[in-house]
Design a protein around this ligand. Sequence first.
Ligand code: PFF
Length: 446
Amino acid sequence: MNETLERWSSRRAFILAVTGAAVGLGNIWRFPYITGENGGAAFLLLYVAFVVLLGLPVMMAEILIGRAGRRSPMQSLGHLATQAGRSGHWRWLGLFGAFTVFCILSFYSVVSGWSIEFLVSAINGDFVGKGAAEIGAGFDAFLADPWRMTFNHTLFLAMTMTVVAAGVAKGLERLNNLLMPLLYLLLLVLAGHAATTSGFGQALAWLFTPDLSAVSPTVLIAAMGHAFFTLAVGACALMAYGAYMPDHQSLPRAAAGVAVLDVTVALLAGIAIFSVVFAQGMDPAEGPGLMFVTLPVAFADLPLGAFWLSLFFLLLLMATWTSSINLAEPMVATLQGWGLGRGQAAAAVGVAVWMVGMLSVLSFSTLADVRVLFGMNVFEWVTTIPPEIFLPIGGLFIAVFAAWVLPEPVALRALDAGPHGFRAWRGLVRWVSIPLTLVVLASGLI
Ligand code: PFF
């Protein structure tokens, strides 16, 4: 298979695209609920440390491979490995990545569907004047209604696959250019609004005063998994975007910019959410429903509550949309590499993800108690194991490939950061990221 000819139209477009991939449910839905479940500030501290020591260097490794290979992830890995005189079996890492994003997209689409439902409800003013019990019961009733859930899941996946089918320059790039700056603006407004609530001080204290005695292997694994998840690293999804990266752009600078933007979004979302949670005396450890239940409750009493809430769900939907197109890209690119047209590939991926996503839809009703996967139902499994185990494993192999297998001149050129920058990056990956990932994974398994 030959090199792809498509490129992002500019450096800015590439950074926006990677930020679009990184910022999503992970920052706005998953980060607050996982932080809530894992006790707050200590988790936050670990997560930021893992972003710096693992997420960021491995992100560079992943994009670098895509940029050096300029093919679909599977083909880039296979091609680069054989060129370096190594085994072509490295390409199976691309397939593992595709399997990981497949699992992730299957729940991603379902939860993003919730935000469509909630956006419509918020605009209709359905939550106005309602109390916690009533809103909680409404959410449970929604989850228990497979038809409404299916409708939203289908709609969201159709939105995603339509953009993906249109291709990089026309589809992904235009959407990213439009949505990302808007998203920042909205988040700043929401965080500013949070600062006026009575829970603001408590939220800051809870998020930023770590109690290190709360750290356990579970917390470590969760924090590491989340660092990979939030940066969209470990599933070869950014490798697919790296293949379209323009020549002459420093990769470390681009990646660091994205990481800063990504963590900022999570912090702003955390402040926005926990301020209202504490102002209303709610439970931060509520779980996956945290954002969906507490925010409507919190905003219901506030002046202009329906407006702020609609804005919030709009923002969430925009963020998840740009991430889900990134989740779909490696699968579509792989099928294209196997000879399918882009439209056909997008349709095939859409149908397959839709079917598996239905298992998550039904995990709240018919299949709620089908716990064949280590005591978890399908939704619990796909929201835990692929992010916390598959992504770090994928990231580990990506790091080994970039830092040990790729010949130095190839990696040096693709990183585009000069010899000193290259050596610093490779040293970090070889002697910090790889061992640290191994140690945390092992601690979790034991
Ligand atoms: N980074 C995305 C988020 O935070 O919602 C999720 C994600 C996208 C994970 C792409 C993995 C991936 F390959």
